[in-house]
Design a protein around this ligand. Structure first.
Ligand code: ADP
Ligand code: GLC
Length: 478
């Protein structure tokens, strides 16, 4: 039996800000239970889901040194859907209104969390063969495993994997402060280790010291070896390329299932969508005050509102797009300029544009079910889960060919009758617009072809079955 510990800063259903939480919350369930014991360790945030907070069981507590600091570490436990979850408790670090806040606070918060997660292992009597770390918040773990923890018998054979969900976020802060926080000796703070361009960089430390590095799609694994996508670490990615693997994400096919989804008004499946799916559109038009019209081409967007997702292209083209026979439903939060941009267009085009500037799991499911198409013109996209959710609900993705979008959406070919969506190559607003217009043309003029696109989209399999096997292989190889 191989033992694996996932360490992450967010996880569905306890706490979520983006796709990382979906992955950490679903992947562990898909490993072969006879061969793998996969457990998850998370921070116990004050802002985690209230109903779960009350179910956590106290396991133990101790005091831990974080350089000169002495900090309380509580350990709580919950078994949920067959998985063991551990939560690290410390009110000083984890009581903010959100998981992340000021970077200088987060830098100390996640140094504490990384060290506490390792320190807790002997006490919970779990000795993993592999510690699987996710994103910069856990980048210090491979470093600690090679440093202090290496001296103890308990940790000596432990391997680590660093999975990059987004290279944009690296956990960068000044060397002096990070030395003071982590207690790591000066040896580590050179450009071949934790230092990058004069600062300390947690993710870089993780990438340098992990036994294997993975990222969440094949295309992104290639892209980050180049300067445009490499976020200043492309050289390191090239240097580590013999241990760098791209494994595409899946989604939880039980949670995202149009046949059973408790959030959507009308259930449907790959056979019944022709008659039933539109009832979800009708209900959403009514709920959001859009023009009531079954035939209207409805485009959904569910996203963090950041530059990564291509919103400057949408900003540039929105007026022209709204001259079309179209409806937009947006759900998202993030940068103020984009929140206000969508509020503005909703005001300017009432009945046509609905801007929902908040976070709602229920509304997100309704949008995936109701819309005809889903727009995701990302500047870069390590994997992207929203397009997978859309495919699952027979909502046709319109995407830019980058990262995971390129690997999971197969462009429509009208001559061969293939493809599951529409895509364009260049980061260019007119290319996006032309692709959208082409999709509209198929929708309005070639309904049978559009329905066949939906057939293929709903038949595509992005459950975890294939990708979980790839992680299993990697665990064995280590
Ligand atoms: P990223 O992780 O870069 O934000 P992904 O496509 O991988 O992008 O995952 C985004 C996840 O967050 C999806 O599950 C999506 O449905 C969800 N999501 C994003 N914004 C919202 C929102 N405002 N309300 C509900 N769910 C959201
Ligand atoms: C990041 C990426 C997204 C990916 C998600 C889960 O948030 O931006 O593309 O799907 O992580 O791996």
């Amino acid at each position: 039996m191989k033992k694996v510990l996932f360490v992450a800063s967010e996880c569905v259903p306890f706490i979520k800000t983006g796709g990382l939480a979906d992955v950490v919350g679903s992947l562990p369930k898909y490993f072969n239970k006879d061969e793998f014991d996969v457990r998850v360790i998370l921070p116990k945030y004050q802002c985690m889901r209230e109903d779960f907070k009350h179910q956590l069981q106290y396991v133990t507590h101790f005091y831990m040194e974080l350089n000169w600091r002495q900090q309380y570490v509580g350990v709580l436990h919950l078994e949920y859907e067959g998985i063991h979850y551990y939560f690290i408790d410390n009110e000083y670090y984890f009581s903010g209104p959100k998981p992340y806040g000021n970077i200088h606070e987060d830098i100390e918060k996640f140094a504490f969390f990384s060290r506490a997660a390792l320190s807790a292992l002997p006490l919970i009597n779990f000795q993993p063969d592999i510690v699987h770390c996710h994103d910069w918040q856990t980048g210090l773990i491979p470093v600690y495993l090679k440093d202090k923890f290496h001296e103890g018998q308990f940790f000596v054979n432990m391997k680590s994997i660093m999975t990059i969900h987004n290279l944009k976020f690296q956990g960068i802060w000044d060397v002096k402060a990070v030395k003071d926080i982590t207690g790591l000796p000066p040896y580590y703070f050179t450009p071949d280790k934790l230092e990058a361009y004069g600062d300390a960089n947690y993710l870089k430390g993780g990438i340098v010291y992990a036994d294997a590095v993975t990222t969440v799609s094949n295309t992104y694994a290639e892209e980050i070896k180049m300067p445009f996508y490499g976020e200043n670490l492309d050289g390191l990615m090239r240097a580590r390329s013999n241990c760098l693997y791209g494994i595409v994400n899946g989604i939880d096919y039980n949670e995202y299932n149009p046949e059973t989804d408790p959030f959507i008004p009308q259930h449907y499946n790959a056979r019944t969508f022709r008659k039933e799916k539109v009832k979800n559109k009708r209900a959403l038009q009514q709920e959001l005050g859009l023009e009531q019209n079954d035939g209207k081409f409805m485009v959904g967007i569910v996203s963090r509102l950041t530059d990564q997702k291509g919103f400057d292209l949408i900003d540039y083209m929105m007026d022209e797009m709204c001259q079309q026979d179209i409806q937009f439903v947006i759900l998202g939060t993030g940068e103020e300029k984009y929140e206000n941009m969508f509020r503005h267009f909703a005001w300017k085009y009432p009945g046509k544009v609905s801007a929902n500037i908040f976070y709602s799991e229920a509304l997100s499911h309704k949008i995936y079910a109701a819309c005809d198409a889903f727009l995701m013109p990302s500047l870069f996209e390590p994997c992207g889960l929203s397009q997978l959710m859309s495919l699952r609900y027979g909502t046709i993705p319109i995407v830019r060919e980058t990262g995971g979008l390129k690997d999971t959406v197969w462009p429509y070919n009208e001559y061969e009758g293939t493809g599951t969506g529409f895509s364009f190559a260049n980061y260019n607003a007119h290319e996006m617009f032309n692709t959208l217009k082409y999709a509209m043309y198929v929708y309005y003029e070639k309904k049978r072809d559009w329905n066949k696109l939906i057939d293929r989209a709903m038949a595509a399999d992005f459950s975890w079955n294939t990708s979980a096997r790839k992680y299993e292989e990697l665990y064995y190889r280590l």
